[in-house]
Design a protein. Sequence first.
Length: 216
Amino acid sequence: MLKNVIFDLDGTLLDTSEGIIESVQYTAEKLKMKQLNENELKSFIGPPLKKSFIDICKCTETEAQKAITVFRSYYQEGAVFHARIYDGIEELCRRLCEQGIRIGVATNKPQRFAVPLIQKFGLDKYTDPVCGADEEGKHGKADLIRQCISNMGGTVSETVLVGDTENDANGAQEAGVEFIAVTYGFGFKKGEKIVNSHFIGSVDDPIEIFDMLRKR
């Protein structure tokens, strides 16, 4: 029986691309990194920042940590709120709550950014808990999912994760929860084949999530 639905944040509940890309561009220019193309900039959305700076900008561990500091300083000054809620998300949350389903959020975005964002767009009245990443980036997606379940109650078999990237899918598999992929975010594309032992389906629109969950 389904009791908990855990959502990713970036690319699943909110389109946060504007603020993230703006902050990455600022960081790259400030630290005189290579010029990033559109695809490289978009690839920063979702995965842990350190991994992105190392993989995409070819930073060392030390350089990546410095880049994260610059990014977060700029981001918290206002770019964090350069975002929008996806159409249908609030209605989806309302319907789930009416059915007695608990809603949590597990995101690689640091807690100090995730909570104000959720509050700004009025989703705090539906979501509890919000489990954001630690500042050092020690906790992966699976850790955050487990933290959510621990706070929400219930078991892994009673929980579904909804997310838009391979990082979300892998986290769900590692945590042992079923996974629904959304194709309107930053990762998975419409019609893409997803190979994951815990994958139960994909949706192209937020309200389709409710119909899929109702079958659980």
